[in-house]
Design a protein around this ligand. Structure first.
Ligand code: NAD
Length: 698
């Protein structure tokens, strides 16, 4: 519930913003704050006002629960609140702790003074939603902090600790404790000084440097670093205007804010923001479902995945028992964990002391019995159902009652794995992505017996280890890899028909994918796809595959690890270099299957690859494997390098329109040699197309 508390301490009115969870400036809160400021101004006993936040932070800014609703734009606006504070006849001081971002920082900038705790995080993250600050942040922050540092904050969108801005002029004081005391003292000093002297940030001019060059250099960097993100450039335009007249700058900021609100990029980035929050809600699992405490984690298998999985928990301060079958595998795994941490020390992200603290939480063992006290055990052994059976039977025997048993399997049937135990309700999939200590995505695989309590616990834990968790039902490849198989299939067909791997990669990378499919396959190992295809040729003979990739693998070209794949690699380098041998292989292959190469356009490459994702996603929705369309977008944004400013494959499809998506698929089906069965629009999509609705309208 929105509240603003007021308490008078001697001659200072102490106002406290109280609107959990983030003290957002919703409509009711905006009204209450104006009323409280008015009351303090009218109280003859009060000489100055201090505003602080209740709970763990000052304010997270706008109230996201109002996004897209009439309250968001209803009067009074945040700008009105700022004006009331700024024009208050008595000095207003912001006392900042925890987090102070977006509208929270903009409000504090309109105050006459600011005091912050050293570890408070301050920032203007609006560019991450494809927007710019809309309540004066681009005008007041440069006046308070100088052009260069304001640009750092506004264009990156990354919050920084107040301590880093200690000498910047943004804060009157940065303190380690007694925030209320420091804020009251400042408020009284300002009141003593009388007529609110240099106080209003709008009256302070920046005189630090000739700005033209600085601005141009920043534009250059923004164009390179954030292609297709107009907000970053417009943020610079707005900040540039702060060099001139204040009111004209405010007007430009408003104008740019509303122009950006209408861009597809901002639409996509706001979609991603809400998609991430929606993914945390699991169908059939009530919000108040009890969660089990997870204080000790076990990991079985210290190979490629096990070590990285363990690091996630160590990083969150949770001790890990790491169990291996063989001593040398255990040692290799530990060495990899340490090497990863040491890389973080070299890059300055961790101190040597932090690394030792984390390593000290790691308890290596060759004995399954060591797992007995664990609250959660994640299995990451070989991808072989017989090996999984042996491991889960042993886990069932040693794990304590109530322990959660998780498998990191990528392709095996989780329900079959659960059936190896006498407690299938406690079994769940935790599908991490490689490298597991880096990749944000975690697919949480819900077996048919997995209990609500187990799901709620794993979803909560995922947040604690800073993963983006998305629930998937049981199927081969779950959400992400199941879709990716068809994306890869299309990429192979396109090369068969006339494109080169380089053209396919370039087209998709220019479109925004972090890495094209052939470079990605070389990185992951072409042998993985080969093994899957060999299985498919038996299990699903009706699905068509190009055999070109098999020929590549027959030559031992598994990718980076063998120094050659779709590209060649010089020793020690990850740079993908075109290889005439691959060109010759492709030419020979086309000859053997009687295909004469045709010119393939970049547009066709993008459409066939991305629509392949879309059609499989529609099947996944039909089967109930994904809970909602936005979960599928989240999987691709967090785990597959999908461009954030496109919002995910299904948002992209919605922007094309379901009618046109289905129509395009039918055109692909009609191409000579096409995989017509695959391109038949999935029933889910066909229904949307019939009524003109989008995936996200349901
Ligand atoms: P890996 O071969 O690198 O490591 C497996 C480890 O398990 C080995 O060190 C092996 O000694 C150990 N092991 C085997 N049997 C054991 C037993 N009975 N007890 C204890 N340890 C045992 O494999 P990986 O790539 O880390 O894959 C592990 C799991 O993660 C597989 O299910 C795989 O499908 C899945 N996965 C892999 C990736 C990836 O990119 N590599 C991504 C997601 C999921």
């Amino acid at each position: 519930m929105s509240q603003v508390h007021m308490r008078v301490d001697g001659d200072v009115a102490m106002l406290t913003l109280d609107n959990p969870p983030v003290n957002g400036f919703g409509l009711e809160q905006r009204r209450l704050l104006i009323e409280a400021l008015d009351a303090a101004a009218a109280d003859p006993a009060v000489r100055a006002i201090v505003v602080s936040g209740a709970g763990r932070l000052f304010s997270g800014g706008a109230d996201i629960r109002e996004f897209g609703k009439p309250q968001m734009v209803a009067s009074p606006h945040l700008l009105d609140v700022l004006q009331v504070a700024e024009r208050s006849p008595k000095p207003v001081v912001a006392a900042i702790h925890g987090t102070c971002v977006g509208g929270g920082l903009e409000f504090s900038l309109a105050c006459h003074g600011r005091v912050a705790l050293a570890d408070a995080l301050v920032g203007l993250p609006e560019v991450k939603l494809g927007l710019i600050p809309g309540s004066g942040g681009t005008q007041r922050l440069p006046r308070a902090l100088g052009l260069a540092r304001a640009l750092d904050l506004i264009v990156s969108g990354d919050p920084v600790p107040a301590a880093q801005l200690r000498d910047g002029g943004l804060f009157d004081a940065v303190v380690d404790d007694d925030l209320p005391g420091a804020a009251c003292a400042l408020a009284r000093r300002l009141a003593d000084a009388g007529a609110l002297p240099r106080l209003r940030e709008r009256d302070v001019a920046d005189a630090s440097q000739p700005p033209g060059e600085l601005l141009e250099a920043r534009r250059e960097v923004a164009r390179r670093q954030y292609p297709r993100q107009p907000a970053r450039l417009h943020a610079i335009d707005a900040v540039a205007a702060s060099l001139g007249d204040f009111d004209a700058g405010m007007e430009l900021e408003r104008w740019l804010f509303f122009a950006l609100l209408a861009t597809p990029e901002s639409h996509a980035m706001r979609h991603a923001f809400f998609a991430e929050r929606a993914a945390a809600h699991v169908r059939g699992v009530a919000e108040d479902t009890p969660v089990r405490p997870v204080r000790l984690v076990g990991v079985v298998g210290a190979g490629t995945m096990g070590g990285g999985i363990a690091m996630n928990f160590l990083n969150a301060g949770i001790p890990v028992v790491l169990v291996e079958a063989r001593q040398e595998a255990l040692e290799r795994g530990l060495a990899t964990v340490r090497a990863n941490y040491e890389r973080s020390v070299r890059s300055g992200r961790l101190s040597a002391q932090q690394v030792e603290q984390r390593m000290a939480l790691l308890r290596p063992s060759l004995e399954f019995d060591a797992l007995a006290p664990c609250d959660l055990i994640v299995e990451a052994v070989f991808e072989d159902l017989q090996v999984k059976r042996e491991v889960f039977e042993r886990l069932d025997a040693v794990a304590r009652e109530g322990a959660i048993l998780a498998s990191n399997t990528s392709t095996l049937d989780l329900d079959a794995i659960a059936a190896f135990t006498r407690r299938p309700a406690d079994v769940v999939g935790m599908h991490f992505f490689s490298p597991a200590n880096v990749m944000k995505l975690l697919e949480v695989v819900r077996g048919k017996a997995t209990s609500a309590e187990v799901l709620a616990t794993v979803m909560r834990l995922a947040r604690g280890i800073r993963k983006t968790a998305v629930v998937s039902g049981v199927c081969d490849g779950f959400i992400g890899n199941r879709m990716l198989e068809h994306y890869g299939r299309m990429a192979h067909f396109l090369v068969e028909e006339g494109a080169s791997p380089q053209q396919v990669d370039r087209a998709l990378e220019e479109w925004g994918m972090a890495m094209g499919p052939f470079r990605m396959s070389d990185l992951a190992g072409n042998d993985i796809g080969w093994a899957i295809r060999k299985r498919r040729y038996v299990d699903k003979p009706q699905v068509r595959y190009s055999r070109l990739a098999d020929r590549l693998c027959e030559l031992g070209r598994f990718g980076q690890k063998t120094g050659a794949g779709w590209y060649r690699y010089e020793s020690g380098s990850r740079e993908a270099l075109p290889d005439p041998e691959v060109d010759a292989l492709i030419r020979q292959y086309r000859k053997d299957i009687g295909v004469s190469a045709r010119a393939v356009t970049d547009l066709e490459i993008v459409e066939r690859c991305i629509y392949a994702l879309v059609n499989e996603a529609a099947r996944i929705l039909e089967e109930g494997v994904a809970q909602r369309a936005s979960d599928i977008d989240m999987v691709y944004l967090a785990g597959y390098g999908f461009p954030p400013w496109r919002g995910g494959p299904l948002l992209w499809a919605d922007m094309q329109g379901s009618y046109m998506a289905a129509r395009r698929m039918r055109e692909f089906a009609a191409q000579p040699g096409a995989d017509a069965a695959f391109w038949e629009p999935a029933p889910w999509l066909a229904r949307l197309a019939a009524c003109g609705a989008g995936f996200h309208d349901a």
